[in-house]
Design a protein around this ligand. Structure first.
Ligand code: SF4
Length: 228
């Protein structure tokens, strides 16, 4: 099934579905709900069209934070869904601690390109001490697109990238292509609707949304969302 999968047709379908979902999201709760539906549909398609023996080789799982030192890009509805999840799950004190961690991370990494960030090994603010992603159920699409079959190979590659000698990492390309397709087509669907479709850095976007929930109204009304 994988070899014959028609990604062009799938991309057109995703753009249509994403456009239909995003056109009716008027507030944070609705946008979060629609992002959840999009993620569920993608997971369903992975199972339906993917090769189960290949998918079962993917080693990425909660508890492996090997690659969580990379810059992660999100589209605004993804950031809204993550912030909504955090606001429902964390206490006021936990949210404040997270806000401080994000602020520090943004301060240290704002001007770093991907290689410089890797060199510093600055971990994601959502990675806990056990290597778990604390937002796993709503994690960004870019994080879901990492589909390594060998965590050790990831660690070796990340250690070597700043030295320009990174070995290749075997990945499940079917899942990677499918998630990349959903990310790209969601961006195009937002553009079709006249909504802000620019990718933002994960930490900056969540920090901005925690500080100013009114950003969601700007986004819904088609204004450019200002995230620094
Ligand atoms: S959001 Fe989760 S999976 Fe993605 S980089 Fe952060 S800790 Fe890792």
């Amino acid at each position: 099934m994988q070899e014959t999968f028609d990604f062009l047709t799938y991309a057109r379908q995703v753009r249509q579905v994403a456009g239909s979902l995003m056109s009716s999201g008027r507030n944070a709760a609705e946008i979060s709900g629609r992002m959840h539906l999009l993620a569920v549909a993608m997971e369903r398609d992975l199972v339906r069209f993917g090769d189960s023996s290949e998918l079962s080789r993917i080693a990425c799982s909660p508890g492996c934070g090997a690659c969580c030192v990379l810059n992660v890009a999100v589209l605004f509805p993804e950031a809204v869904a993550i912030t909504w999840f955090l606001q429902r799950r964390l206490s006021g004190e936990e949210l404040e601690n997270l806000r401080i961690r994000l602020q520090e991370l943004v301060r240290r990494t704002r001007w770093l390109d991907d290689e410089e960030r890797l060199f510093l090994r600055e971990p994601c603010a959502f990675l806990d001490k056990q290597g778990n992603c604390t937002i796993h159920v709503v994690r960004p699409l870019m994080c879901r697109a990492i589909t390594s079959t060998d965590p050790e190979a990831c660690r070796d590659a990340i250690a070597m990238i700043p030295l320009n000698g990174a070995p290749s990492v075997e990945m499940d390309l079917f899942q990677k292509n499918m998630v990349d397709t959903v990310y790209c087509e969601l961006g195009k669907a937002l553009e079709d609707l006249g909504l802000d479709h620019r990718p933002r850095r994960l930490s900056s976007a969540i920090l901005a949304l925690l500080a100013d929930p009114e950003m969601v109204s700007c986004f819904v009304s088609g204004d450019t969302v200002l995230i620094h």
